[in-house]
Design a protein around this ligand. Structure first.
Ligand code: GLC
Length: 512
């Protein structure tokens, strides 16, 4: 059993495992549960507290698992329920928590519920989805899908249309229907009884849509997330679901947690989701959409802390996940991008509150510019290449050996791993004192020494300096060399002259 302390999650570091791309145990080129289990000691050694597993449920794979056709079984591609149990058991032995993804906004179009709904318009399962007559000769309203085209597809048989905020293979469930709520409670219990420590809730803010289906105002604004402007989502009814779920997980021993993918740019809109009787945590994407710029980073941190302090929840911190471009690439790419990403790692891990890392972030992996013909993300197809999609951050992990499998698979990886990653393998980085992996390991080991509230120190423009207990985190974003406070340098993101930090460098200094 992991050591339990009250509210263990408040300062936990979670490691996101994108299941297809972590480790393949059976040679089919796609990651699986057995592969993850074999590699768990690596995560123990890295020093994270827990893992978040992306969906491994039965799925036709239209959105690589985020289209679930059976919520209480493992997709044969990823293993079996026994493999899942074995994975949880090994994680426990190693003291690692396991949280799993749950996808309640939509099912797969191959789910028995949706198949029944399509086969017979009078079937009770039809009420689980949002079917409506069209308007004039088109869809019921003007809602767009997040991935291009309308959010409605016509059911040719009945002539009605069904709603899908994502791909047509992902019909939205109608949460106004009692059975949907009941079923998801059963699904949560199924996995809690199997020993999971909690859930990451996909698209958590969107379960309820405006019941009147009124049009959205056009033109649709440009915004990082459609939820920033969609009036149809973020409906008040959703909070009753999370209050029920909080009670439900509260009935289990040890603290099981709920983390919402609540997708707003403004943390003030996230706050209601993490009131004391709702979700424990919600992703905070403010840093993820902030470039390498000191004032913006500081404002993102302050806004997040202020918004969540009001409800007593800790802000979570995220720089990468399976939906966004890799950090070194976002920060300009090449040696400079990597340097900044290393400095950002020390900033990230110095912040108070739960942190979510994405597999490969600790290796400093860059976005891979894949040829169009190997791309598999539905976004690429649906947006006709206008958006390249998310495959570039989902390239499998290079463990050891050389191309093509890099120890990820004995077969052919489902997305090609660039030959240049020979220099970035886990094996190489383990052996190298100054690798990104070594930096993350040291930071994770030392993170416990950073305590208490963050307190900003005055510092020159282009820099960020703050105290966490007796440790100062100093970041020179893009300023002339920053003089360091007196004290012992515990860790620095790169080599630096004594007493000062060049631009693109961060350090932790023991001052007390
Ligand atoms: C979330 C997931 C993303 C998925 C989408 C639809 O945003 O993180 O990968 O495509 O939901 O389920």
């Amino acid at each position: 059993m992991p050591e339990t302390h009250i509210e263990w999650w408040r300062d936990a570091v979670f490691y996101e495992i994108y299941i297809r791309s972590f480790a393949d145990s059976d040679g089919d080129g796609v990651g699986d549960l057995g592969g993850i289990r074999e590699r768990l000691p690596y995560l123990r050694e890295l020093g994270v507290d827990g893992i978040w597993l992306t969906p491994f449920y039965r799925s036709p794979g239209a959105d690589h698992g985020y289209d679930v056709s059976d919520y209480v079984d493992v997709d044969p591609q990823f293993g079996t329920l026994d493999d899942f149990d074995a994975l949880v058991a090994t994680a426990r032995e190693l003291g690692l928590r396991v949280i799993v993804d749950i996808v309640p906004n939509h099912s797969s179009s191959e789910h028995a519920w949706f198949r029944n709904a399509l086969a017979d318009p009078s079937h009770p399962d039809r009420r689980r989805y949002v079917f409506r007559p069209g308007r004039d000769s088109g869809p019921p309203n003007n809602w767009p899908s997040n991935w291009g085209g309308p959010a409605w597809t016509r059911d040719e048989r009945s002539g009605e249309w069904y709603l899908h905020l994502f791909a047509p293979e992902q019909p939205d469930l109608d949460w106004h229907t009692e059975e949907v709520r009941d079923d998801f409670e059963g699904i949560l219990r199924f996995w809690l009884d199997r020993g999971v420590d909690g859930f990451r809730i996909d698209v958590a803010h969107a379960l309820y849509k405006d019941a009147t289906l009124r049009d959205e105002q056009e033109p649709f604004p440009e915004a990082p997330f459609s939820s920033d402007w969609r009036a149809a989502v973020d409906q008040p009814e959703v909070h009753a679901v999370y209050r029920d779920w909080r009670r439900l997980v509260g009935g289990y021993e040890d603290e099981r947690v709920l983390v919402g993918e609540v997708v707003f740019s403004d943390p003030a809109r996230t706050a209601p989701y993490v009131r004391p009787d709702e979700l424990h945590m919600a992703f905070n994407f403010t840093l993820l959409f902030q470039g390498w710029e000191a004032d913006g980073i500081r404002a993102a941190i302050d806004r997040s802390r202020a918004a969540l302090a009001e409800v007593g929840a800790p802000p979570t911190w995220v720089l990468e996940n399976h939906d966004v471009t890799r950090l070194p690439t976002r920060y300009g790419g090449g040696a400079e991008g990597l340097r900044r990403a290393r400095a950002a790692a020390l900033l990230l891990l110095a912040l108070q509150g739960p942190v979510f890392l994405y597999q490969g972030q600790e290796l400093g992996l860059e976005e891979v510019d894949l040829p169009d013909e190997v791309r598999q993300d539905p976004i690429f197809r649906r947006m006709k290449g206008v958006r390249k999609g998310r495959d570039g951050c989902r390239v499998p992990i290079p463990w050891d050996d050389g191309p093509p499998g890099f120890g990820f698979t004995s077969g052919t990886p489902w997305l090609p791993i660039p030959d240049s990653w020979d220099a970035k393998t886990v094996e190489r980085q383990r052996a190298a004192e100054h690798s990104p992996l070594a930096l993350y390991r040291s930071a994770l080991e030392l993170r416990g020494r950073l305590t208490g509230d963050l307190a900003w120190r005055e510092s020159p423009e282009g820099t960020l300096v703050f105290d966490r207990g007796g440790v100062v985190c100093a970041v020179n974003v893009d300023a002339p060399p920053l003089p360091l406070p007196d004290g012992e340098v515990l860790l620095a993101s790169d080599e630096h002259p004594p007493g000062e930090l060049p631009p693109g460098t961060a350090a932790w200094i023991l001052v007390a």
